[in-house]
Design a protein around this ligand. Structure first.
Ligand code: ATP
Ligand code: MG
Length: 300
């Protein structure tokens, strides 16, 4: 395991809002009042081009603290690109991204490294290391960052496996990603994102390619992470059934901008044509997605 600085030895602060100790403070200089701001991330007017392609054209979006914030939109609209901006994996051509009040756009690599400790990311296709077993995959962020004993690591990994309902899978700890089902892989991906107790969890298409039962399990997993771990969740999805089942707030990315944003009930009443089309195309309320009815039934 790599050595670590003394300030990094105890990544143990439960998610009570504030991060670690003074010197381990994630973004340094964060205003004390930031944790009480109901908006954790403010995105203002971001533009992003790739060559001639203008993908984001002035995106404004608030990510609410401790809530499940879902971004919907068609394939290729820029959802993944937008998400990568939140933790500084991509820089906008212009605009601001304020995380707990601090603009991350001008940050250098070292500052971004610190910032990223606030985040956990669950990738579109789980993105596990094929040559590492489940324990190694989940423990990876800890091994990279902290000097923990094998026992401490195993305790934390096993605790997460239990909490994420993976512990009953026979021999799960030693299995390799190829030996897991799609749903199990996603939960292992979530465990890896949660192991360092992030404040903000980003999920890119967590239910892609799953059947309705596995989809429901992933939904429950996102709700659980939100409720039990108190994280701010940002979920990208084109699964409308899931979205209306778990979202506190839904925002639609369309034509490089946020076309509409609101609670599930507000979106269902919205008359924006591209949104209506998107919802109708999803075939909510019929077909084999039998929990799909986006009725006014709140989930929590
Ligand atoms: N690194 C990159 N270099 C060049 N173009 C890119 C890059 N990343 C994304 N793009 C382009 O930006 C556009 C938006 O891509 P993005 O991956 O954000 O779509 P998406 O909304 O997540 O779609 P999907 O639902 O299919 O995942 C696409 O046209 C894509 O080709
Ligand atoms: Mg994508």
């Amino acid at each position: 395991m790599p050595p670590s600085t003394s300030s990094e030895k105890r990544p143990n602060a439960p998610t009570a809002g504030k991060s670690g100790g003074r010197s381990g403070d994630t973004t340094g200089g964060q205003a004390d009042g930031a944790a009480s701001d109901p908006v954790q991330i403010r995105i203002r007017g971001i533009n992003k081009t790739f060559g001639p392609q203008h993908v984001l054209r002035g995106v404004d979006l608030d990510i609410d603290r401790g809530k499940i914030n879902i971004v919907i939109g068609g394939s290729g609209q820029g959802k993944s690109v937008l998400m990568k901006h939140l933790m500084g994996l991509l820089k906008p051509d212009s605009g601001q991204i304020l995380v707990d009040g601090e603009d991350i756009v001008p940050m250098n690599d070292r500052q971004l490294g610190e910032l990223r400790r606030k985040f956990g990311m669950v990738f579109q296709y789980a993105a596990l290391f094929d040559s590492q077993n489940v324990v190694e995959n989940i423990a990876f962020p800890l091994i990279e960052r902290y000097h923990l004993s094998r026992e401490e690591i195993m305790t934390r990994v096993r605790d997460l496996l239990k909490r994420l309902d993976l512990a009953h899978v026979g021999g799960i700890e030693q299995k390799f990603p190829a030996e897991l089902s799609g749903g199990q892989r996603k939960r292992v991906g979530l465990a890896r994102a949660l192991i360092d107790r992030p404040q903000i969890l980003l999920y890119d298409e967590p239910t892609t390619g799953l059947d309705p039962v596995a989809t429901k399990n992933v939904d429950d997993m996102i709700l659980q992470a939100s409720r039990d771990f108190g994280v701010t969740s940002v979920v990208i999805s084109h699964d409308m059934a899931s979205t209306f089942r778990i979202a506190d707030k839904i925002s639609m990315l369309y034509d490089g901008k946020i076309l509409v944003t609101g609670t599930p009930a507000e979106l269902l009443r919205s008359q924006h044509a591209p949104l209506r089309e998107f919802i109708d195309m999803a075939g909510l309320g019929h077909g084999d997605e039998d929990q799909a009815t986006p009725s006014a039934e709140p989930r929590r």
